[in-house]
Design a protein around this ligand. Sequence first.
Ligand code: DOR
Length: 421
Amino acid sequence: MKYLLKGAYHYDKAGFTKRNILIEGKKVFYINNVSDDINEDALGEYLPIDLTNKYILPGLCDVHVHFRQPGFSYKETIYSGSRAAAAGGFTTVCAMPNLNPVPDCLDNLKEEIEIIERDSIIKTIPYGSITKGQMGRELSDMEHLAPYVIGFSDDGRDVADGELMEKAMEKAKKLGKIIAAHCEDEVMSAGGVAHEGAFARANGLKGISSLSEYSRVLRDIELAEKTGCSYHVCHVSTKESVKAIKKAKARGVDITCETAPHYLILSDEALTNEAKYKMKPPIRSESDRLALLEGLAEGVIDMIATDHAPHSASEKAGGFAESAFGVVGLEVAFSACYTHLVKTGIIPLKKLVRLMSVNPVKRFSLPSGYADFSVFDLDDTFIVNPDNFISLGASTPFEGEKLFGKCLLTIREGKIVYRNI
Ligand code: DOR
């Protein structure tokens, strides 16, 4: 198809400019300012879409999602997850390997890739696992996986054995791949369900200490420095991790990190004993949240990723003590961040675009140069209602909230993959 996207504010490095955009095939064929002449008669073959006063962003990219297939399709499928992503404005996502079978060798990975090729409407790129079966004992078949994966991660699990992590980093370095680490000392956090702080104490819940995260971050920084591996910290949640990553960056370690919307927007003071607030790492204290915001401002935190982690309704029934770790994020992430971070003046819109698209594309060398766009009406609001989610998961800490920023259109390689206009 050929499209003429008319009159929206289009993001580029300098900011936002009102433009007309022509899309032809997979590529952007032409962009002009609306003040320039555009001869619509000559453009008869292009389907016009009036986007006056809307915002056209580069397609959003999420380097941390759980699409649960193969193995756990009762929680989410690549079909439902990719459509949920498109509805949230995402055109590229990276899928974590806590699956069954775990993509720890080519045969297992092929199973996942076949489903992606059949069912995904956006670009879904898998991670390979760091260790066999994510068991933390032997390395996966990293060499053979490397050409097909975005990087390596044991997300959801700790790699407790430092020597093994060092070997993984050496290999990843040789293969030119990134290691994306779930930093959690699982011995220390065992049995914990909420941040070790005011909320856990008040509700008689076993805590997950900040140390259980940042002790791993500190170890891995040493290993990344020693091996020269490209290293990325998943879902940073503590002020100590931010501080450690800042120092490591200052001395030239090849390190980046992500955090998720809920860690930037909520702290444990605001929680109630409901499963929609339960995830790993947990929502931390207000001082942690403020340190994350400072980390965003200073560029210590490179990107926002959702950690979209759907579970079934029964797995998320009950409160903190009984329910599974994980909340969904794809369909509300941009709007939640826009409402709480941009509209409040904490960060400018163009910074949010960098955090949710430009920076992950650069760091993970994600495919670029295509007509990948997401279009938002930033003045329109909606109430977060999980009954309307495309994702099979429904648990979100933003349930019931009124958010600004409605996704109208998502275009992946020149094809409309979501339309709500
Ligand atoms: O809350 C979480 N859920 N954190 C993780 O690290 C894993 C994820 C999942 O897979 O459910």
